[in-house]
Design a protein around this ligand. Structure first.
Ligand code: UT7
Length: 334
């Protein structure tokens, strides 16, 4: 993709926050017809975190954000913009403004982006445009989801997959560095029905001439696992290899595959199709399951904290999920 930019995009810091309660595969076997063996073999997930009464999407997001802000040696009032990627906002009107208030980022505009498991990638690319044009200097991006509130805990096909969490990143406009080499995002709305949280119309019993007044609520997550699986292992290798090629980069030059943590088999198949060694695939889904928009920033935060990622490394970040949406960002670490 050719884009003109005034400034480069520099990733300054990351942070993450996970709920304190762990739910193991064995725990799940007491509530649905499943087993540790089935879940581990089919998904690679061993446990996930689930929020308790005293935790929320907002509390996890604020905690992750404050860690990232501190590590960036900034104060909240330095932020110009906050973008929250989530599909499980505490408030249907959005939760980004609540983060803004809670952390006292009084100079920041704030809004949500809903793009399921591609949400963080899309928020990162969106935020980068504001930096490249010179509109803003400091942006906080948060990827957070609490899908535990939306899964049907009696549906073994979905409840075993998801976990809650939040990850944050501070990016800054720079005239010295540019970490974002290129990106691409795609959508296929014709496959939207493969992964949804559908709305439900509930009659209030109030009518006005021909109108029957309804109140909206939402159903549980519904998913065609096999179709989502096929979509991920076909589209992700393709978008990654095309993006690398158009930047005259080869898969040999890739240091890290930072993929949405959906399923270990998906990660393995994508890396095999790209001919990228398993040792370059960043993975923590065994501990947290699929945390949707939070999975990429949590993984990145852990990889940076454990000093896996080094200056000069080429990172391929790729998200995919409901929409269906998917995308890639090529990052040169500095
Ligand atoms: O962010 C994107 C989010 N979505 C995804 O990443 C989902 C992608 N898809 C997948 O990861 C996989 O399709 C699943 C892990 C969801 C399912 O794995 P699968 O290998 O596609 O299993 P399946 O749906 O074909 O089910 C195989 C069998 C079925 O039994 P029968 O019909 O063969 O007797 C299921 O009823 O496994 C059964 N099954 C289970 N058994 C024990 C399904 N879920 C479970 C379970 N425990 N939790």
């Amino acid at each position: 993709m050719n884009f003109i930019h005034k400034n480069g995009v520099q990733i300054i810091s990351t942070g993450s926050c996970l709920p304190k309660v762990k739910v193991s595969n064995k725990d799940l076997s007491y509530i649905v017809g499943t087993s540790d063996d089935w879940i581990t073999t089919r998904t690679g997930i061993q446990e996930r975190r689930v929020i308790s009464q005293d935790e929320s999407l907002l509390s996890l997001s604020c905690e992750a954000s404050l860690i990232a802000i501190k590590r960036a040696k900034l104060i909240p009032s330095d932020l110009d913009l906050i973008i929250l990627a989530t599909s499980t906002a505490d408030d249907l009107f959005g939760t980004a403004s609540k983060i803004q208030a809670e952390i006292e980022a009084n100079n920041a505009a704030a809004f949500d982006i809903t793009a399921a498991c591609s949400g963080f990638l899309i928020a990162f690319i969106t935020a980068s445009q504001f930096l490249m044009t010179g509109a803003y200097k400091n942006i906080l991006i948060v990827g957070a989801d609490t899908l535990s509130k939306w899964v049907d805990w009696s549906d073994r096909k979905t409840c075993i997959l998801f976990g809650d969490g939040a990850g944050a990143m501070i990016i800054q406009a720079s005239n010295q560095y540019n970490n974002l080499i290129d990106f691409d995002i795609k959508t296929n709305g014709k496959k939207n029905h493969f992964l949804n949280i559908n709305s439900l119309q509930n009659s209030t019993g109030i009518t006005l001439s021909d109108l029957s007044m309804n109140k909206m609520s939402y159903d549980y997550i519904s998913m065609n696992g096999q179709e989502v699986y096929k979509f991920a292992i076909s589209q992700i290798p393709e978008i990654i290899s095309n993006c690398l090629k158009s930047n005259k980069l080869t898969t040999d030059e890739v240091d890290w595959l930072l993929l949405h943590q959906a399923n270990e088999r998906i990660l393995k198949t994508i890396s095999e199709k790209l001919n990228i060694s398993q040792s370059k695939v960043l993975k923590n889904l065994n501990l947290y399951g699929n945390t949707s928009a939070a999975s990429i920033p949590i993984m990145l935060d852990e990889a940076i904290s454990s000093k896996l990622i080094k200056t000069g490394d080429l990172i391929v970040m790729s998200g995919f999920g409901a929409g269906l949406t998917w995308g890639v960002a090529l990052i040169r670490w500095q």
